[in-house]
Design a protein around this ligand. Sequence first.
Ligand code: SAH
Length: 364
Amino acid sequence: MSAVSLLDHLRRRVAAEGPLSLPEVMADTLTHPRFGYYATRDPFGAGGDFVTAPEVSQMFGELIGLWAAVVWQQMGSPGWVHLVELGPGRGTLMADALRATRPVPGFHTALEIHLVEASRTLREIQGRVLSDYSPTWHDDVSHLPDGPAIVIANEFFDALPIAQLQRTGAGWHERRLAFDPESGAPIWTLTPGMSPLAALVNPRILATARPGDIAEVSPASLSVADVLAKRIVGQGGAALVIDYGHARSGVGDTLQAVQAHRPVDVLATLGEADLTAHVDFAALAQVVKQAGGAAHGPTTQGAFLSALGIVQRAQALMAKATPEQARDIEAATVRLIGPDEMGTLFKVAAWTGPMDAPPPGFEA
Ligand code: SAH
C-alpha cells in the first residue's frame, strides 16, 4: 500500500483547487495510475467486488465473437480489420470470442487486435490471456490506428466519468466534492454559478425538471461515441455496446459504488469501491446520428443473447457436460438472460454506418 491514499490525494486537490467536479473525482477514483481502483486491483470474480457477464460464462464472449464474425462478413469479409475492445478487464471476453471464431474461414487472418485499457495491472493480465494474438494497447480511443474496426465495449461506458447537475429554483448547478471543515469528511456541494454543462442535458429534461432533480451528463462518453461513430462512418465497421443503463434520458442519481458484490455509500468508500453510472443510450445514439452513423437498439441483453442463440449453445454444452456442469451452465444462462437478473437491466446497442445492414440481434 502506498503511504498516500486516494482520499488524501483528493483532499490535497480540493485544498489546492477548490471543490472537485464529479468527472475529476471519478477519473481519479477509477483510473489514476497510482491510486485508481482499476490500477490497484483485479476486481472481477467471486473473490472481488463484482462479476461481469464474460466472467459468468464463456458463452457470452463466444456469442459476441460470432456476432463480430458475421459483422465482418456483412462488411464483405475484408482482408484486414481491427477487432477492438474497450476496457477488456481480464481479457476473458476477447479470449472466448477468438476461440469461438477460429473455424470462421479467413476471419483470424484478417484480424488485428487492439485493446483500450487504462489500468497497467489489467493490461498485464490481458497480455497473459491473449498472448497468442499479439494485441496492441492504447490509452484512449482517439489513439487507435486508422482502418475498418469492429469495436466491443462491455461495461466500459458505465465506468466513464459523469457530471451531475442539480436543478434548483435558480437553474442548474453542478455537484462537486468538498471536505467538511469540521469533521474532514467528504461531502457534496453545489457550484454557486450556473453550470455550462446544462447545454448537454436533454431539452425535454431541461423543460420538465423540478427543483431537486438531478440530471447526469457524460462528456467523456459522448466524446468516445463521437470518435467511434466518425471512424465507423468514414472507414467502415461497427460497434457493440453492452451496459447497465436506460434507453431514454431521464432524471435521477445513478452514481453507484459497489464493494464485495454489495452497493455501498459513495462518499464513505471513496477509492475502495467501484464507481459506475447508468449509461444514457439515447444521448449516445444522438451523437452517433449527428456524426452520420446509424444507432440500432438498445435491446435488452436477454433478447440480444437469445437472438444470437444462447439457449441452443447452452443445450449443446450441456449435452457434453456432467450433471454438475450442466446445472452450472443452466444457472449461467439464467443469470445472463433472466429478466430478474442481467437480462433486462443490461442493454445492448450497435452503431454502424448509415447504409449498413442491421447487425445480428438488431434485425427486427
Ligand atoms: N469488459 C470487462 C471489464 C469491465 S470493467 C468485463 O466485462 O469483464 C471496466 C474496464 O474498463 C476495466 O478494464 C477498466 O480498467 C477499464 N477502464 C475504465 N475506465 C477506463 C478509461 N477511462 N480508459 C480506458 N479503460 C478504462
